[in-house]
Design a protein. Sequence first.
Lengths: 277, 259
Amino acid sequence: MANDMKDKLLTFMFWLSGLIIILILAGIIGYVVYRGISSLSLDFILQPPSRAGRAGGISTTIVGTVYLTIISLLAAVPIGVGSAIYLEEYAHSQSRFASLVNLTAETLAGIPSIVFGLFGFVFFVIFLGMGWSVLSGGLTMAIMILPTITRTSQEAILAVAREYRENSLALGASRWQTVRKVILPSALPGIVTGIILSIGRAVGETAAIILTAGSSLGMPISPLDPARTMSVHLYIMAMEGISTERAFGTACLIVVLIVIINYLANLSLNRLTRAMS
Amino acid sequence: MDNVVSIKQDIKMKSVDLDLYYQDFQALHGINMEIKANHVTALIGPSGCGKSTFLRTLNRLNELIEGTTIKGQVYLDNISIYEKDVDVVALRKRVGMVFQKPSVFPMSVYENVAYGPRIHGVKNRSQLDEIVEKSLRDANLWDEMGSRLNSPAARMSGGQQQRLVIARVLAVDPEVILMDEPASALDPISTAKLEELIADLKNNYTIVIVTHNMQQAARVSDFTGFFLNGRLVEFNRTKELFVNPSSQQTEDYITGRFG
């Protein structure tokens, strides 16, 4: 009887924890949408900001965000997936180099973003002379998301059944043929999940971006143009007391953007997996 | 050329004083076995006795496990397969393998069978079509799947998947087919179909099959090797070994006293 009560109580507690998570998420999103929805309009999305963000829209920051994210993915995905393939498929498990790569990826993941920002500022902006630019910001961001992409890709590759590998090799395939034709297609869903997480991080990053991409409100055309991302815009709107309403409007769009990205990624993922399995 | 020996023509593969170590652990002790061409050789014994390990030495798949070392020789026809100049890819093309769990690739039925030929450079579509059809026919799968070549292989039943895996091996045109407990994940009807298939295949291929199931070994094989603790305790014609085992250990195992 006592055990039965305990069980019921614990079940309730776990249910409650689940409920709290849902309430927190719903509360935040609900509040952001409630405060921001009044500023949202087609003009807000399509017009460039004017008067330092007091008027106009936020089009240049949307472009800046997407631009910077794309550059960071272009740099980080090949390196991250490549090192994951190396670690899981080529390196010997006792290899010193492999354990060093693993350790480095883990350590990179634990470093606070502002430290990356400072490094990016000194290295890309000043030493390499890229200035405050989409490129400097994108490359700094690439370093930040590299561990996530490497780790998730590693896990995805590791989860591919050992039998696939053995069957392919037993048919006389080389390691690379096995990776390209069997392992990568099977690991793709996991790899894409890592990329989605990374996009979320890139879109949300603020401090490191201010240090490396600047906070210019102009429209970035060349990769060497400075840019302001939506998160940076939100920060400046709120911090400098320019417009709380516009900060919430921007926040609202960030949330919408993330939801759309997740939805599209899931959609293409489902198509891919259905096409393959 | 001391790595070339002349072996009797009807012997397809042969191991000579074969030892295998995982790090410090010796998993195989001086295995000497002759595998007769166009016959089925069964390897039996309790779990961990070394029968699967031995099977994997025949296509050098044991090399995938780090820390494995080999002493002794394995011959395919008259080539010593552990010599440095042996091309592992070419070896595995000649010595195909079917695993315990039917593991179809996440692709269509057609692409699964075409996988091997494509890897080995066949690009011509009609040639591929021909290979796929012939392999599926030889694996007794054409009647069931011939009209569904583009459907995902993962949707087939377990028994069909195992025959698809065999078709995939046949498509590479091997000479020897190794089977590692191919029926252990199958229901009785699928198992019966698989055993029928093995009987058909031995006309054109040399087959080595590891099995836990002694009735199966008795049904499908011509020769049987009994492994215990990494040693080949007894190797003989299947009938002889089951009816009249010469070793007490073999008798204890096949009468179910252990294992």
